[in-house]
Design a protein around this ligand. Structure first.
Ligand SMILES: [Fe+2]
Length: 178
């Protein structure tokens, strides 16, 4: 029986992120990736005690300011800035939670690990969704015990690749081929 996550994010925040996201909503760094990171993060958080609100918010902010699906080293910092800017108008969180969210967003693409279980859970959830780009998550790059368990890696990989297989083919170009 697979784990069924319950992803909650304020609709006003989701609408804002959707209307301002610079890249493809259905792309590799778009909404389905955010939803899976939230779901994977929830599974990890229920096991390891990470702050669930931070993990959920990280999922929706961390790639929200990407301007390139490839090399974009500052996107986490821009995502953190957006999280700071929208706090109080689009979602609520306490000071300690905001600090964790900002640090998690800023450092998520540096490839490191941290001793903070909430931040590490955010990063692990992101890394566990690599199946969508054809990569099997490597336990050596995961920092929480919950994330390194083979059945969790298998579950996340299956979810990620299933989503990729289910994606509809891109629309045909309106321009004539030449
Ligand atoms: Fe991501």
């Amino acid at each position: 029986m697979g784990y069924i996550p319950v992803v909650r994010i304020p609709p006003v925040l989701l609408m804002h992120l959707r209307s301002t996201f610079p890249l493809g909503w259905r792309g590799i760094h778009g909404a389905s990736h955010w939803a899976r990171v939230a779901g994977i993060g929830e599974r990890l958080a229920f096991e390891n005690g990470a702050r669930l609100d931070v993990v959920r918010l990280f999922a929706f902010f961390h790639d929200s300011r990407r301007i390139d699906d490839g090399h974009d080293p500052m996107h986490g910092h821009r995502g953190a800035e957006l999280a700071i800017a929208l706090r109080g108008t689009h979602y609520e969180i306490d000071e300690a939670g905001l600090d964790l969210l900002v640090e998690a967003c800023q450092g998520h693409s540096d490839g490191g690990t941290t001793r903070d279980v909430t931040i590490q859970t955010c990063w692990d959830a992101d890394r566990l969704d690599l199946g969508r780009v054809g990569i099997v998550p490597d336990a050596r790059f995961l920092g929480t015990r919950a994330a390194r368990r083979p059945e969790v890696i298998r579950w996340a990989y299956e979810w990620s690749t299933r989503a990729m297989r289910a994606a509809p083919p891109p629309p045909a170009s309106p321009l004539p081929a030449n």
